[in-house]
Ligand binder design. Structure first.
Ligand SMILES: [Fe+2]
Ligand SMILES: [Fe+2]
Length: 547
């Protein structure tokens, strides 16, 4: 009898443990993942995106954190969005005849407007029944200045143990850890948003591999939720681009244009150019995978600058660097259009009076002199300029440590004021206000400064005031990208009674259901095995005692 009780004490908790874990397991499997949000047309708007394995409703619940009561949301703070089945094309470049294939994922997009400045919000995303955990973010107030962090290619999954790197770089986890370390360092300072400059992920030959890389990119840490806490500004690198439409389903860009879309094979509905304003700055994000179509980018910049004629600063950003100094610096292949961009795109920067260009792709750091008409304005090396002519072009080094390129001595370097490559992850911390732009770049191992550069404006108008010239070079029309189907809704912050669902899932790292499945199956199997062995021993001993 005593042994029977012992058997029950062993077996029952094990079975219960297994059962309750299986319930969590099912929820985790269907929980939203790759959650991120992006600054909208201006500071009062945020645009959310996440993926889910189920084709259910798309809902976001958001409230001022001060209006939350006992962890419950006020009523009337649901915002509905749109859910779209996700498709991808493996290897656009290598297998151009591939057709878009379903990914068994759904892209959810919601836009929230009427947000107040300098205010903390709590939100969660889901389908009305199954929710993510709660996250928080604090809106900026850029009228008095703001800061953001920029990185060269995180390129999660590019690990190659044969190449130079200061960090371990032999696995996806190594890349993930390097990325988390960089994000941890930059977020110790106040920042308004995170700005990776393309090639967020690496592999484009195998969808499942890139899916894992995206999960590592968006959730690289067990202890912090960077892209769920800070807005992202993103652009499309050549590695991101090669999975076709897949890139577009991960983000929710404001003012997204068809201009700048690539037109090769079946990815002509990839993302085009987009713009937004933050404070007194117009950001124009260009798709350099469409390097050849200068007329399209010209028309996009014409329209973006015309809609924002009074901004003090203009920043452009794209992936493939015009003025790089490492292995890509003389590339001219169709998939590496450095020389095409160097030859043609600076004309647009001159035409529209762009102050600063941010770029990636070459996995090294280069700061040019102020450039105008394709040549340096002045070759005196300096860390600060006042009311300068022309544009400074910055190429940023790897943000994760996954991959670097070597300095190429045989290519042109006449444009370069500062070059740095120590095979160490780095980041740039940028501060802007009405009168100044400062970029400070740091190495992540020692925290030491790599470079600092400040542009000061003393006049009330843009210094590069050659913009808004009429554009007669193209007749293309800007329309909304059909893949960007989010619904714009308003949140007025009105609190009332609770209307929450308690079915919350705490953040598992990357929400990777395959890892969780494996773990839970393993645990359940072990417990079951122990239970059977224990019962067999007790049964055998009882039988022997009776005998
Ligand atoms: Fe790259
Ligand atoms: Fe690249």
């Amino acid at each position: 009898m005593k042994r029977n009780k012992l058997a029950l004490l062993v077996i029952v908790p094990i079975l219960l443990f297994g059962t309750s874990k299986n319930i969590v397991h099912a929820d985790v499997q269907n929980t939203p993942y790759n959650i991120n949000f992006q600054i909208g047309t201006n500071v009062s708007e945020m645009r959310f995106t996440w993926l889910s394995p189920l084709n259910n409703k798309c809902e976001l619940e958001i409230a001022k954190t001060s209006d939350m009561q006992n962890g419950q949301y006020p009523s009337n703070c649901f915002i509905n969005g749109t859910t779209t089945a996700v498709t991808a094309t493996e290897s656009v470049q290598n297998k151009p005849t591939n057709q878009n294939k379903p990914t068994n994922e759904y892209s959810n997009k919601v836009t929230v407007d009427n947000l107040s400045p300098s205010t903390k919000y709590t939100y969660r995303v889901g389908d009305g029944t199954l929710w993510s955990q709660n996250y928080t973010f604090t809106t900026g107030n850029p009228t008095s200045g703001f800061s953001f962090a920029a990185f060269g290619d995180p390129q999660i999954g590019a690990f190659d143990n044969n190449k130079k790197s200061s960090l371990p770089h032999a696995s996806l986890i190594d890349d993930e850890n390097g990325w988390a370390n960089t994000l941890n360092q930059v977020t110790k300072n106040h920042i308004d948003f995170l700005f990776p400059l393309g090639d967020q992920v690496n592999n484009y030959d195998d969808l499942a591999t890139q899916q894992n890389e995206y999960k590592a990119f968006f959730n690289p840490s067990n202890t912090a939720n960077y892209f769920q806490q800070y807005p992202i500004v993103e652009l499309e690198g050549n590695h991101d681009h090669q999975m076709g439409t897949y890139y577009s389903y991960h983000y929710n860009q404001p003012n997204l244009s068809l201009l700048g879309q690539t037109m090769n094979s079946n990815v002509n509905n990839n993302d085009g150019d987009y713009w937004f304003t933050y404070g007194n700055v117009l950001f124009m994000i260009l798709n350099a995978n469409d390097a050849q179509d200068l007329a399209a980018h010209d028309q996009f910049m014409q329209e973006a600058t015309s809609k924002n004629p009074n901004v003090k600063w203009k920043v452009a950003a794209w992936h493939q660097s015009a003025y790089s100094e490492a292995s890509h610096s003389s590339g001219n292949a169709a998939d590496d259009p450095i020389m095409t961009i160097r030859q043609n795109w600076p004309k647009l920067m001159d035409k529209y009076g762009i102050d600063v260009v941010l770029q990636g792709h070459d996995h090294e750091y280069t700061r040019t002199y102020q450039m105008y008409n394709g040549v340096p304005v002045n070759t005196t090396k300096t860390n600060s300029v006042t009311d300068p002519k022309g544009t400074v072009y910055l190429t940023l080094d790897s943000g994760s440590g996954s991959k670097y390129y070597d300095f190429k001595s045989t290519s042109d370097h006449t444009f370069s004021s500062v070059f740095w490559q120590q095979y160490v992850p780095s980041y740039s911390y940028i501060t802007m206000n009405d009168n100044s732009f400062t970029i400070n770049t740091y190495r992540t191992d020692t925290g030491a400064s790599i470079d600092s550069y400040t542009i000061t404006k003393t006049s009330t108008s843009t210094t590069n005031s050659t913009s808004n010239t009429s554009n007669t070079s193209t007749s293309q029309t800007v329309t909304t990208n059909p893949t960007n189907t989010s619904t714009v809704s308003s949140y007025n912050g009105s609190p009332s009674s609770s209307n929450s669902n308690s079915n919350q899932i705490q953040n598992p790292k990357t929400n990777d259901s395959s890892l969780n499945n494996t773990y839970l199956i393993y645990i359940t199997g072990i417990c079951g095995f122990i239970a059977i062995i224990t019962a067999a021993i007790i049964f055998y001993k009882r039988k022997n005692l009776k005998a």
